[in-house]
Design a protein around this ligand. Structure first.
Ligand code: RM4
Ligand code: NI
Length: 295
């Protein structure tokens, strides 16, 4: 069934000079199939719904980005607390010289060029920029019209910076680092293989290693060893486990090897280390700390 509902520029734009208008849809209700004589960018902030674009269904939620062209047909068939921003724009009114075609996939673009994902840090940057654009679009004087266009150009560029194809988890260096640091913390007890981790998250091991070294000053295994030894120190200071148990809790399956590594790092054996911190049987005070990590 072909829908003939057409939305017109005259109903949505402030004047015939304004090239952009920001329509917030907080919430976006269900909306029948339609097309427009303007183009629109859709940024989904929260909630979920079913978006049908050119007969292709998309289960949408926060971080989804659509480039909808004037002649594309789309509808919102269901909506649950769906909140989105519609940035409506009129290509023929854009006056700044920029490669708009490359920035905003046009009529000839493939369907895959119309749907992207935004990273979370990208979303927070964009919220601010879209708000500024929304305010500027509310005015009709020539300066504001031009400034709206400049802000729109900025939004279009930022979308390109922060978007990624839906099936590629393009995480920033900082996000990759956070993910790895978290994974290492929960791997104190179990073996950790960077290659497996990278395969699971589709990351490049070589570049992640370089970022890790640059930001922490450690190699990944060196850092993991320090986490494990720290945990061992804590257990030896405060716990009652045997040395074998401590070794196992810190990811060493061989307690002799654990003792060698511990000794190399602190110059004392785990047993001696414990004695320095825990009261002797006869109630004597502990004799003092070995603090410096000789890593
Ligand atoms: C509707 C819906 C449509 C958009 C119009 C302007 O609520 O979001 O997609 O074209 O607003
Ligand atoms: Ni629309």
């Amino acid at each position: 069934m072909v829908s003939n509902l057409k939305l017109s520029t005259t109903d949505y734009f402030l004047s015939d000079k304004n090239a952009i208008t920001v329509a917030d849809r907080h919430p976006q209700p269900i909306f029948p199939t339609h097309y427009h004589d303007f183009d629109e960018l859709v940024i989904v902030w929260r909630g979920n719904g079913l978006h049908i674009l050119n007969d292709v269904p998309y289960a949408i939620t926060c971080g989804d980005l659509f480039y909808v062209n004037a002649r594309d047909r789309h509808s919102y068939e269901s909506a649950n607390e769906l909140e989105l921003e519609n940035i409506l724009y009129c290509r023929r009114r854009l006056t700044l010289s920029a490669d708009w075609e490359a920035l905003l996939p046009g009529e000839d673009a493939a369907q895959e060029q119309r749907y992207w994902r935004l990273s979370t840090p990208g979303m927070s940057v964009l919220r601010r920029e879209v708000d500024a654009l929304a305010r500027e679009c509310m005015k009709t004087d020539p300066l504001s019209v031009l400034l709206s266009e400049a802000l729109f150009l900025q939004v279009a560029l930022l979308l390109k910076r922060f978007r990624h194809a839906p099936d590629s988890p393009l995480l920033s260096d900082a996000e990759q680092l956070d993910l790895l640091l978290m994974a290492l913390r929960v791997s104190i007890e179990q073996p950790f293989r960077l290659e497996d981790f990278c395969r699971r998250h589709q990351l490049n091991a070589r570049s992640l290693k370089a970022v890790f070294k640059q930001q922490t000053g450690f190699g990944v295994n060196q850092y993991l060893r320090q986490l494990r030894l720290c945990k061992a120190m804590d257990l030896l200071r405060h716990g009652q486990q045997t040395i074998g148990e401590v070794a196992a809790r810190c990811g060493f399956d061989d307690s002799n090897y654990f003792s060698v590594v511990f000794n190399q790092s602190f110059g004392v054996s785990p047993r001696e280390y414990r004695q320095r911190f825990q009261k002797n049987q006869d109630g004597k005070k502990p004799s003092g700390a070995v603090d410096s990590l000789l890593l």
